[in-house]
Design a protein around this ligand. Structure first.
Ligand SMILES: NC(=O)c1ccc[n+]([C@@H]2O[C@H](COP(=O)([O-])OP(=O)(O)OC[C@H]3O[C@@H](n4cnc5c(N)ncnc54)[C@H](OP(=O)(O)O)[C@@H]3O)[C@@H](O)[C@H]2O)c1
Length: 318
């Protein structure tokens, strides 16, 4: 049986990934700031601020998956919050690197979460894993620094894949929740001119991608964790409105108002990033269960509530 350590595994993605991997026969361990709150999985403590990590977490581990990071859109981007967004990703990765470096027998595999923020705001341009990084903006700086830290783990000789994750669609949280809420008078709001591209992925496909990478250590470098069909925000909201009968397309919230209210954090909803998962399409036989938005939303918004096996065993952290 293979043993997998998942850092930040108590969040949205981890809550789907942990039971999936367990079902595949893996022994799953979690690395958490609050191991005492984790149920049904062995959990080990780390604290990025004080650079503490329970070394026992890494003993005998075959692979490490790092999903840790403070929520990007959870709180206003004050300078203290920006620091937390950085340290919870970059310093956390470097703490792992230092602990891994000390191991006599190292895991063979490291899978790092990253984000499509790496590419920045690109209007209608298609970007893929070979495209250059964005040129400005906090989201880009964050992803670039995060990946550079992950490459330091690669430098230890551990086969590393960096998964540039798009907008994760899940029933119980993430981006879909605010977008699918019946807003004012049952209308779904949208932001800016609505022409910005949203590169999304169904959480089930993201979990399948992580498993695919886990089982194929020769697949290293950057991988776009998105579906093959990004959509413009306005079409995204229209599809939500269609899927959720009774919800109408509402009024746009103008970009200037969002900037006024959210400041730089408005980048999270106004950026246009049209991402193609080129490497998945050309270098693997991976097939999406939900390649089109319509099918993904049908599954998430209409189908009777399905609880992933084991979901609920972990508490949500934030
Ligand atoms: N969801 C998306 O749409 C999306 C899009 C692009 C990229 N990503 C990235 O993919 C990863 C997983 O996403 P997710 O949606 O599952 O994230 P999430 O629900 O926000 O959970 C991430 C986990 O990170 C840990 N964490 C939170 N704040 C932390 C801090 N200050 N220091 C250290 N650890 C902290 C928490 O685990 P503990 O409380 O157990 O420590 C939390 O459960 C994240 O790194 C995220 O940035 C997500």
């Amino acid at each position: 049986m293979k043993t997998i350590l998942i850092a930040g595994g108590t969040g949205l993605v981890g809550s789907h990934l942990c039971p999936f991997l367990r079902k595949q026969g893996y022994e799953v361990r979690l690395l958490s700031r609050h191991p005492d709150k984790v149920r049904d999985y062995s959990a080990y403590r780390w604290d990025v601020g004080t650079r503490q990590i329970d070394r026992a977490a890494l003993e005998g581990v075959d692979a490490v998956i790092n999903l840790a990071g403070a929520g990007i859109a959870d709180r206003p981007w004050t300078s203290a919050r920006k620091r937390e967004l950085i340290t919870s990703r970059v310093d956390a990765t470097l703490l792992l690197r230092d602990a891994l470096a000390e191991l006599k027998v190292k895991p063979r595999r490291y899978i790092a979460a990253s984000a499509i923020g790496y590419y920045g705001n690109r209007a209608d341009e298609w970007v893929d894993e070979d495209s250059h990084r964005g040129t400005h903006g906090f989201l880009t700086e964050l992803a670039v620094a995060w990946e550079a830290a992950a490459q330091q783990i690669e430098a230890l000789g551990i086969a590393t894949a960096r998964l540039r994750i798009g907008i994760v669609l899940a029933r119980e949280g993430g981006a879909l929740k605010p977008l699918a809420l019946p807003g004012l008078f049952g209308m779904a709001p949208w932001f800016g001119n609505g022409r910005q591209w949203y590169s999304w992925i169904h959480v089930t496909d993201l979990v399948r991608m992580i498993h695919y990478l886990l089982t194929r250590p020769t697949l290293t470098g950057p991988w776009n964790g998105v579906s093959p069909s990004p959509v413009r925000l306005k079409d995204f909201v229209k599809t939500i409105a269609r899927t959720r009968r009774g919800l109408a397309l509402g009024m746009p919230v103008p970009a200037w108002l969002l900037r006024l209210g959210m400041g730089e954090m408005a980048d999270t909803v106004l950026y246009s990033t049209r991402v193609r998962p080129r490497r998945w399409l050309e270098e693997t036989d991976f097939r999406w269960l939900f390649p089109e938005l319509e099918g993904a939303l049908e599954d998430l918004l209409r189908a009777p509530r399905k609880v992933p096996a084991g979901f609920g065993l972990l508490r949500r952290s934030e």
